[in-house]
Structures are given as structure tokens and as C-alpha cells.
Design a protein around this ligand. Structure first.
Ligand code: ADP
Length: 267
């Protein structure tokens, strides 16, 4: 809280006054601090792959390019780092668009159950590990007015994390539930992974937050996936949060308003 004082003197009058203005600068300072932290984080995140690339390129220039064994490996590293930077910059652009409200939702009426199964099917086809998928999704139609592309990104972020942090042989459970009184759909995705320490659970939606920086960087993450998901869910008037038990697993939950309107059949 900031207080500013001004002394007021009235002409030809005996009375003097003091005006006190109390303004809340804590919010303003918080925004400013977050902005500075964000810039520092971006710089750090970009510097890490760039310095890695520099040393590998230096080694190649210094003669490693002639080594048939080493050269392809070093080039591979520089390629991976480049891919990481592209992912990072793309994520940053997405966030910046959302911050500037420079995006439109291309919403349409979607039968969420069908959409949910379709998204899970894609992962089930591609997964090469021994992770089980379990589905508990209502069969009745749940009509949600939403931007399919954006919600696909949200689901992709959540599901790829669930897979990344799942132990071999673990189960990922996909649930959907209609909260009829609130007119909301509740979607939950539960894994049996390492979980997140209690104090950090809410922070995972912060930009660049990672529970274990070194480990998740190795897994290719940018630390922005859930921050983007949160913005997108909120743009749909939903909420997103997490529940987790260390050593037991994590559940990511989000809500979306559903509508009772039925899509008109042309038949
Ligand atoms: P990242 O690109 O690092 O995965 P996210 O924004 O998607 O970034 O996630 C932020 C952090 O939250 C992750 O680095 C990880 O520490 C933690 N996290 C997210 N999902 C899970 C999960 N299912 N189990 C354990 N930790 C998770």
C-alpha cells in the first residue's frame, strides 16, 4: 500500500488541509516483478540450448567433423537443441497472443465424449510403452461449445505429461463427468507417476515452473505447456487444477460449461 500526501492551502482562508491518497501498489509491483522474472526466464531458457550448440559446433569445427563416429552424434545434439528452441519460441508466441487477447476462439458445438475418445485414440495408437489406458466417459452426448483445436492442445499437454511421468506398466485413467447442477463437465486425467510435492501442486500452471528442472528439460519440456492450457481453459470459461500425492500419482482436472442445446440433425 502506498500513501501520498499533499498539503492543500486555501486562498484567503485560515484552514489548511492534508489530502491523503492511499493506492494499492502491491498488485502493480507484483505484475512488474512477474514481468521481470519472465524475461529472465526466457533469456535463461534460450541461452541453455544456445550455449550447448555453441560448444558442439566448436568441437565440430575443431576437427570432430572428420570423425565418422562423433560427427553424427554431435550434429544430432545441435538438431535436438534447435527443435527445443523452436518449441519454446512457438509456446512463447502462443502465450503472448493470449496475453494480448490477440486470438479468437473458433468455437463450435462439439459432442465432448466423441472428441475425448478421439484424442485418447490418437495417443493409444502411438504409444510405444507399456502404459494402460482406462476410460470412464459417459455414453450420452455432452454438448460443449468450444474451439476444438485449442482444446486438443490442452488435452495433448495433459496427456503427454501423464505419459511422460508414468511408470512402466502404469495406468492412465480418463474420466468425464457431468455436474448437472453446475451445468459443467468435469474432465479428469489420472496417472500413477511420481506425483508432485504438496507445496508445488498449484505452481505447475505457472510459466516455466518445473518440479525438477534438469529432469524435465531432458524429457524435452518447455515448462509452458500447462500455463498455456490454463489460459485456454479459462478462455472457455472453465477452470483447471491438479491434485497429487507424491509417489502415488497425479490428477489434472478441468471443467467446461456444457449446453443443453442439441445439434440439429439435417436428416
Ligand atoms: P513441461 O514442458 O516441463 O512438461 P508443463 O507446463 O507441461 O511443462 O508442466 C510443468 C511441470 O509440472 C513439469 O515440469 C512437471 O514437473 C510437473 N508435472 C506436470 N504434469 C505432471 C504429472 N502428470 N506428473 C508429475 N509432474 C507433472
Amino acid at each position: 500500500l502506498k500513501a501520498s500526501f499533499s498539503l492543500v492551502q486555501y486562498e484567503n482562508e485560515e484552514m489548511n488541509g492534508l489530502i491523503t491518497v492511499l493506492s494499492d501498489v502491491t498488485e502493480q509491483e507484483k505484475v512488474e516483478r512477474e514481468r521481470r522474472e519472465f524475461v529472465a526466464n526466457v533469456s535463461h531458457e534460450l541461452r541453455t540450448p544456445l550455449t550447448t550448440m555453441r560448444s558442439y559446433l566448436e568441437a565440430l569445427t575443431d576437427g570432430a567433423w572428420q570423425d565418422k563416429e562423433i560427427a553424427p552424434r554431435f550434429l544430432d545434439v545441435t538438431q535436438n537443441e534447435t527443435e527445443r528452441m523452436i518449441r519454446l519460441v512457438n509456446d512463447l508466441l502462443k502465450l503472448s497472443k493470449m496475453d494480448n487477447k490477440d486470438f479468437t476462439l473458433h468455437s463450435e458445438l462439439v459432442d465432448f465424449g466423441k472428441f475425448y475418445h478421439h484424442v485418447i485414440d490418437r495417443f493409444e495408437m502411438n504409444k510405444d510403452t507399456h502404459i494402460q489406458f482406462m476410460r470412464d466417459i459417459p455414453e450420452e452426448s455432452i454438448w460443449v461449445y468450444m474451439d476444438k483445436d485449442k482444446m486438443t492442445q490442452v488435452m495433448d499437454n495433459i496427456i503427454s505429461n501423464a505419459i511422460k511421468y508414468s511408470p512402466e506398466g502404469g495406468t492412465i485413467t480418463f474420466r468425464g463427468k457431468m455436474l448437472k447442477k453446475e451445468q459443467k463437465l468435469l474432465v479428469t486425467i489420472t496417472d500413477q507417476g511420481m506425483g508432485i510435492p504438496k507445496d508445488n501442486v498449484d505452481k505447475i500452471f505457472d510459466r516455466f515452473y518445473r518440479v525438477d528442472k534438469a529432469r524435465t528439460r531432458k524429457l524435452g519440456g518447455t515448462g509452458l505447456g500447462l500455463a498455456i492450457s490454463k489460459e485456454m481453459v479459462e478462455a472457455h470459461k472453465g477452470e483447471i487444477w491438479a491434485e497429487s500425492k507424491e509417489g502415488k500419482g497425479t490428477t489434472i482436472l478441468f471443467t467446461l460449461p456444457f449446453t443443453n442445446d442439441k445439434r440439429r440433425d439435417n436428416a
